[in-house]
Ligand binder design. Structure first.
Ligand SMILES: NC(=O)C1=CN([C@@H]2O[C@H](COP(=O)(O)OP(=O)(O)OC[C@H]3O[C@@H](n4cnc5c(N)ncnc54)[C@H](O)[C@@H]3O)[C@@H](O)[C@H]2O)[C@@H](O)CC1
Ligand SMILES: Nc1ncnc2c1ncn2[C@@H]1O[C@H](COP(=O)(O)OP(=O)(O)O)[C@@H](O)[C@H]1O
Ligand SMILES: [K+]
Length: 506
């Protein structure tokens, strides 16, 4: 059974297939049979055997999978037809699969007019034209087939990855199958989790083809975050404990214009189980914050023009040693004092969380990140432009390499790159969270995440695992049975208590 959901690049996924075959001596046709059996099982669970199915096969091993799936579906009673290109160009495995198809007399064609007829007659199409081997733009008859399949409005299952989507970049190579369901084989590919690839997959499932887990772990990988993974990683709360057991956090932020950002972050931090919480805020919002947050202690700094005055830097230096971890940035404003406070924190040996305006403050000072203690950065895509030389477009097109380049360069940093898909990287781990939900597409959602992150990191957990837990808790707590337009931060903080309870109980 799959308990870990791995994500690899095209190159690594291919290397893993090859290792399984050559070093573990699992015959290629055995892997293929596992793949076909899993795909057949998934399709059978969803589709009545009265359905007519047309399987579109290419000349590589994705096509060979298609032939095996066609055979198994025919065995289960479905009426199956096949497109297969001229058989002399087929891969070795395809030739074997093709012989079986011939002996079973399952109808096939390499003629486009005949396949148009088969497609029109069918209820369901299975796309096995190209998988992990796609390497260049699709032209000619393959393009015609893809256009025909998309225009048919039939339900389409894509096997491994929709044909035309590049497995690493998620880009469309001239044209691509727009699938309703995609069944990834063995592992997800990075291109499944980058737009436009993600959108072309439709509902994305994973089939276990029994490749040894050690092969995934040994090679560069990311893991998709799901409930099982978080249950394993979420820190336990021993009842034989005291407030010191769950961390002493300082959260720095707030300004006259944005007191709410710090208040939301602080409430989320408290609801995530921090031992003690102190808020460092400019005096002008001190009374307001005291009313909003009776759980927290308050370290009031002088203010100027509605934000921290320069003397806040000295106050921070005098006090910061008392805390285990310190977050900075929520609602703080972009100015020289913010930069100085960030510099002060990064010259300490504390675990530091940089959010919002503190990320802006880093843009000309990335060398401060070369420190021994962990630094957790939580940029959304625009804020990520402060931390790299890339544009928003470039970051969206290459989130895996953007995060990896950053964490390779700054080896004690944990980066949480936020969007509707969140990519979390560190020198040792890489996690992906994908639970799109417009309830979070609102000001203040990032402050909630920062608060949950601070609360979880107060427990004894590695920062990258803590980051994965926080991202999951944040998005799961926003899945509330209300219209997403009306879900607010208070709702999410309330829900967090139940999400945590369920995760710890089950
Ligand atoms: N035994 C194995 O190696 C396994 C392979 N599997 C399947 O094998 C697939 C990978 O197989 P392959 O590496 O053969 O790759 P594909 O089946 O994706 O296709 C690659 C073939 O198409 C050609 N090609 C690439 N881009 C093209 C283009 N734009 N126009 C025309 N031809 C193009 C390549 O030269 C190559 O011949 C996976 O996606 C998966 O479906 C799975 O069954 C798991 C086990
Ligand atoms: N459509 C969406 N689906 C899922 N998560 C989302 C979506 N939009 C935003 N989020 C999440 O909400 C948070 C928004 O953070 P950010 O943009 O920093 O908000 P703010 O600065 O306004 O508080 C991030 O964690 C992001 O991943
Ligand atoms: K495919």
């Amino acid at each position: 059974m799959l308990n870990k959901l791995f994500i690899h690049s095209q190159e690594i996924a291919r290397k893993i297939d090859q290792c399984a075959i050559n070093e573990y001596h699992i015959p290629s046709l055995v892997l293929m049979e596992q793949a076909a059996a899993e795909c057949c099982r998934i399709i059978q669970n969803k589709e009545d055997p009265s359905k007519k199915i047309c399987v579109l096969c290419g000349q590589g091993n994705n096509g060979a999978d298609g032939l095996a799936i066609a055979r198994l579906l025919a065995h289960e009673g479905y009426e199956v037809s096949i497109y297969l290109p001229y058989h002399k160009t087929l891969s070795q495995e395809s030739k074997v699969q093709f012989q079986i198809i011939c002996s079973l007399a399952i109808p096939y064609t390499d003629d486009l007019d005949t396949i148009r007829f088969y497609i029109n007659q069918s209820d369901i199409l299975i796309d096995c034209l190209f998988g992990n081997g796609l390497s260049r733009d699709i032209e000619g008859s393959y393009k015609q087939l893809i256009d025909m399949a998309n225009a048919s409005n039939k339900k389409i299952y894509a096997i491994d990855i929709p044909s035309g989507i590049h497995a690493t970049s998620g880009k469309i190579l001239n044209c691509a199958i727009h699938a309703d369901t995609t069944i990834a084989l063995d592992c997800f590919k990075e291109g499944h989790w980058i737009y436009p690839g993600k959108e072309y997959c439709g509902n994305l499932l994973l089939a276990d083809i029994k490749i040894p887990t050690s092969l995934h772990l040994e090679n560069e990988h990311a893991q998709l975050i799901n409930e099982e993974l978080i249950k394993e990683m979420l820190p336990k709360r021993d009842d034989h404990s005291h407030k010191g057991s769950f961390g002493k956090a300082l959260m720095i932020g707030g300004s006259k214009a944005m007191p709410g950002a710090l208040a939301i972050a602080a409430k989320a931090c408290a609801a995530s189980g921090i031992g003690t919480l102190t808020l460092m805020e400019p005096d002008c919002i001190g009374d307001l914050m005291a009313m909003k947050m009776d759980f927290a202690m308050h370290l009031r700094a002088n203010d100027r023009d509605g934000h921290f005055a320069l003397s806040a830097v000295d106050l921070l230096k005098q006090n910061m040693d008392q805390y285990d971890l310190i977050s900075i940035g929520n609602g703080m404003q972009r100015n020289e004092i913010t930069i100085e406070m960030v510099k002060t924190l990064l010259s300490s040996n504390k675990t530091v969380i940089l959010d919002a305006d503190a990320l802006w403050a880093m843009q000309d000072h990335l060398e401060w990140l070369n420190r021994n203690a962990p630094t957790i950065l939580t940029p959304h895509v625009k804020e990520m432009t402060f931390l790299t030389n890339k544009t928003v477009q470039e970051i969206l097109e290459s989130p895996f390499s953007t995060v990896r380049e950053f964490t390779n360069k700054y080896s004690n940093c944990i980066l949480i790159l936020k969007s509707d898909i969140t990519y979390i990287g560190s020198k040792n781990d890489f996690y992906v969270l994908s639970r799109p939900n417009s309830a979070l597409a609102k000001g203040g959602s990032g402050d909630l995440l920062c608060g949950i992150l601070t609360g979880i990191l107060g427990h004894k957990i590695s920062p990258s695992k803590g980051a994965a837990c926080a991202a999951y808790l944040h998005s799961k707590s926003a899945e509330i049975n209300k219209d997403p337009a009306s879900i607010n931060s208070e709702d999410i903080i309330k829900e967090l208590a139940f999400v945590l309870q369920k995760l710890r109980k089950d």
